[in-house]
Design a protein around this ligand. Structure first.
Ligand code: SF4
Length: 245
C-alpha cells in the first residue's frame, strides 16, 4: 500500500507556498478572534473571514486551471456534490445555524430542520460511501433553486470541492462512487486554512472536533446556548462525530 503523502514529502517550493498560505490565514483569523473574543457570534464572524481567505487563496488555482485550457465547472444551481458527507468543525456548524436563523423566515427554517431530521434518520452512522449512494441532498440545499442557503458561511470542505468536469460530477451523483477530476492543490490549501482556524480556536480555548454536518446541526439546534456551551467545554456533539474521526 502506498504511504500517505505528508507535508514533509511535498516538493520544497510547494511546502513554502503552503507555509505562506498558513501565515496569511493565521494573521487574518487571529485578528477576528482577537477582535471578537471567545463569545457567541465568533463562529459566524470567523466563517465570513474563512470563506474570504479561501476565496483569495483559491483564485490563483482557478487561473492556473484556465491557463491549462480547462475551467472550474462549479456554478450556482449545480448541486451534484451536495449529496456527499460533509465533515465540519463546531464553529462551522454554529456559523450555519446562526446564518439560517437570521436569513430564513420561521417556516423556511422549520423546513430545513425537517429535511435534516429526515436525512439523519436514513444516513446516521453510515460510512460516507454508503451515504453518498443514497443520493440524499444536504438539508441546507434549497430544493427549489439547488443553491446553498448558507453560501456566505458554507463549510471549508464545500467551498474547496472544485471540479473541472461537470460530466464526472453528474456521473458520481447518479452512479456513485466515480472519480471527479479536481485541481490537486485545492484540497491542500483548504486543509491549511481549516487547520489554521482549528489551531487558532484551540489556542483561544475552544477545542475542535471533526463532526458530520447534518447530525451536528441537529445537535446544535437541540441545545439552548449551544455555542456558549461549546466554548465552556461541554460535550454537546457526542452523537455527531464524523465517521472518520
Ligand atoms: S452546506 Fe451548502 S454547499 Fe455544503 S453540502 Fe450543504 S448545501 Fe451543499
Amino acid at each position: 500500500m502506498a504511504k500517505p503523502v505528508g507535508f514533509g514529502d511535498l516538493p520544497p517550493p510547494l511546502q513554502d507556498y503552503l507555509d505562506k498560505v498558513y501565515q496569511r490565514a493565521d494573521a487574518r483569523i487571529g485578528a477576528v478572534i482577537a477582535r471578537h473574543g471567545l463569545a457567541p457570534g465568533l463562529s459566524g464572524a470567523l466563517a465570513v473571514e474563512r470563506v474570504a481567505i479561501l476565496a483569495d487563496e483559491l483564485a490563483p488555482v482557478a487561473e492556473l486551471v484556465a491557463a491549462g485550457g480547462a475551467e472550474i465547472a462549479c456554478r450556482k444551481g449545480c448541486a451534484f456534490c451536495c449529496s456527499h458527507t460533509v465533515d465540519v468543525t463546531p464553529d462551522e456548524v454554529f456559523a450555519i445555524a446562526d446564518y439560517l436563523a437570521r436569513q430564513l423566515d420561521p417556516d423556511q427554517l422549520a423546513a430545513v430542520k425537517r429535511r435534516a431530521a429526515a436525512a439523519d434518520a436514513v444516513l446516521h452512522g453510515l460510512p460516507p460511501v454508503e451515504r453518498h449512494a443514497k443520493r440524499l441532498f444536504c438539508p441546507v440545499l434549497d430544493p427549489s433553486t439547488a443553491s446553498c442557503l448558507a453560501h456566505p458561511v458554507r463549510p471549508n470542505a464545500c467551498q474547496a470541492y472544485l471540479s473541472v468536469d461537470l460530466a464526472r460530477c453528474e456521473a458520481d451523483f447518479h452512479e456513485p462512487p466515480q472519480p471527479v477530476e479536481q485541481p490537486t492543490v485545492a484540497p491542500m490549501i483548504a486543509s491549511v486554512v481549516d487547520r489554521t482556524c482549528s489551531f487558532a480556536l484551540d489556542d483561544a480555548g475552544a477545542p475542535t472536533l471533526s463532526l458530520e454536518l447534518i447530525a451536528a446541526l441537529l445537535a446544535a439546534w437541540g441545545e439552548p446556548d449551544a455555542e456558549a456551551r461549546w466554548f465552556a467545554g461541554e460535550a454537546i456533539f457526542a452523537g455527531a462525530r464524523s465517521f472518520t474521526s
